[in-house]
Design a protein around this ligand. Structure first.
Ligand code: SF4
Length: 195
């Protein structure tokens, strides 16, 4: 049931609280929106993209912290971006639960390496991870790059390695990633969200 802001405050003054009304299924949108705006008034707003699926809904990510050097920013709220042309402020249940994803104790934040035959994962630095990936890619490309096919036609392809790009990438990042992959001759390339 929809109530105007004026009707909502009339009902509240009769002794029923706003949260009780919301719990009963009433949707006093304007009044509740004002409460939320107050809660986020001193937060930093950052635009982002939901990382879960190919719909690529737009997000507003709110964090505390004034960006001073000694202040630790922390994400406190995530909601759909009402100005985004794809989702117009809406999110599905997965996207609406993104705050738990951000703060999950199981979230992987550093590169890990598992040696062949080992069941143990070990943390490595980003420098080590990037160097290792670059070295393995070069070795594999040097061994398997095909300039021509068996009929002598130019193909310039590298079929023994594939790449999967991140779904939270912007259009520009996705475009550049595609260019790099294709310039190396990679054919097996996909982007999870195709943003
Ligand atoms: S909010 Fe839901 S529909 Fe939108 S991108 Fe995320 S998972 Fe996909």
């Amino acid at each position: 049931m929809q109530l105007s802001r004026r009707q909502f405050f009339r009902v509240c003054s009769a002794g029923v609280t706003g949260s009780s009304l919301a719990a009963l299924g009433f949707m006093p949108d304007a009044a509740l929106a004002e409460v939320r705006e107050f809660k986020l008034a001193r937060a930093t707003e950052t635009r982002s993209t939901c990382p879960y699926c190919s719909v690529s809904c737009g997000l507003l990510v709110y964090s505390l912290g004034d960006k001073a050097k000694n202040a630790k920013a922390e994400v406190i709220h995530i909601e759909g971006d009402p100005d985004h042309p794809i989702n117009r402020g809406t999110l599905c249940p997965k996207g609406a639960g993104l705050l738990d994803f951000v703060h999950s104790p199981n979230r992987l934040k550093v590169p890990e390496y598992r040696a062949p035959g080992s069941k143990e994962w070990q943390r490595i630095s980003w420098d080590e991870a990037f160097s290792r990936i670059a070295r393995l890619m070069k070795t594999d490309r040097d061994q398997n790059f095909e300039a021509t096919n068996k009929d002598g036609a130019t193909v310039n392809r590298w079929l023994s390695t594939g790449m999967l790009a991140a779904s939270a990438s912007s259009n520009e990042t996705g475009y550049l990633t595609q260019k790099i992959a294709r310039s190396l001759g990679l054919l097996a390339f996909d982007n999870q969200a195709r943003v």
